[in-house]
Design a protein around this ligand. Structure first.
Ligand code: DQA
Length: 147
């Protein structure tokens, strides 16, 4: 399967940002983990991280043209604000799973709303980096939704 992993605002700071919430492993560690998993399972995986909402929307749109079959997205804070990213996912019609490293349901009120959830085929929250692996399994139809 050709999979695109999109990470939004501040996720390039994994390992540095609030390690008590997001852990001590870096964005590079996340990429390595997912590359190894893809190699093991015969998937093709590409990565995109940006702090800019428009760039994230552009990359999702590009996925329509590059043959991407599934998207895993951790939008970061854009989860709770972005109609544009919701519309981008709805526009391309590519099955998409929303991931959150932390358990957003146990955090602040403003994190309880996800603008993207309704256009995603599943949401995985609070599973750390394993949540991205869960999302890939979900896209491939080999596991059930976790949240
Ligand atoms: C996050 C949760 C969001 O609320 C937050 O803004 C993030 C990361 C997560 O992975 O747990 O940047 O998406």
């Amino acid at each position: 399967m050709k999979i695109l992993v999109v990470n939004g605002a501040n996720l390039h700071l994994l390992g540095i940002r609030e390690p008590e919430i997001y852990g001590t492993s870096s964005y590079a560690d996340l990429v390595s983990l997912l590359r190894a998993d893809a190699a093991e399972n015969g998937d093709t995986v590409s990565f995109f991280q940006s702090n800019h909402e428009g760039e994230l929307a552009d990359r999702i749109a590009q996925a329509y043209f590059d043959g991407t079959e599934g998207i895993v997205i951790n939008p970061g804070a854009f989860t709770h604000t972005s109609v544009a990213l919701r519309d981008a996912i709805a526009s391309v019609g590519i099955p998409t799973v929303e991931v959150h490293i932390s358990d957003v349901s146990a955090r602040e009120d403003f994190r309880q709303v996800s603008f993207l959830r309704g256009v995603c085929v599943g949401t995985v929250s609070g599973r750390g980096f394993d949540g991205y692996l869960d999302a890939i399994r979900l896209l491939k139809g080999t596991d059930r939704e976790r949240s």
